[in-house]
Design a protein. Sequence first.
Length: 243
Amino acid sequence: MPFYSCFAHSLIQNGYHYSRKSPWTASQNIAAVESLGICHSFVLHCIISSFPGLPLVNPIPTKSLEGKSLIIRVFIEQFYENLEEATIGRWLKAEGDRVGDQEPLVEIITDKITFELPAPGSGVVRSIISREKSVVPVGCVIGLLGEPDDPLPDVSAENRATLERRQREVESQALIPSPETVAPEASVSERVRDRGKVRATPAARRVARENGMDLAEVAASIGGGLIQEEDVQRWIERRGSST
């Protein structure tokens, strides 16, 4: 498959070996990706996790993993459409505890669901970044897994970059006018143009009929809504003063 071929080629270029006889697990594949600094995005995590038996890499003496960080990031993911943030519930593991791949790690609370987020890989809980009751935007890192000697990345900088990117997305969306804010006068005129949609009290209709007034014109003058008798009277007075 193209993804496999390109990814294996990148690993070979960086001094790694891949074998179909002894594939790594999903967590090891993710760790290998992060050790190369290829990508830390959740999307890539999803792709690799979808192929737990994908035969990617086994280290050989040409380049050792020693000195490379195998830290696994725990993200607040886009669990469903329109989710913007989530609240951290109870951490099921403490810093220093070892957790297995897909073992329940932390309770996540959203406006729709509450569930236990599994660990995206196995390792020691090196850092709990977002404490209980913290409200965390989608895409931010809430914890780090790895081995005791793995150097920790600057997650605060990564989270700031994520927040800035999301803010730019929100601002760009705000520049797109919604249908409700485009030409409000046109929507009123469309309503009053159709005589059947003019809403008026019986008294207002009677006064308009007696004076030969068009209720659509009265509706346009008050911006739509239910026409009262006094609205018709004011419109008659205004028309009379202008003639």
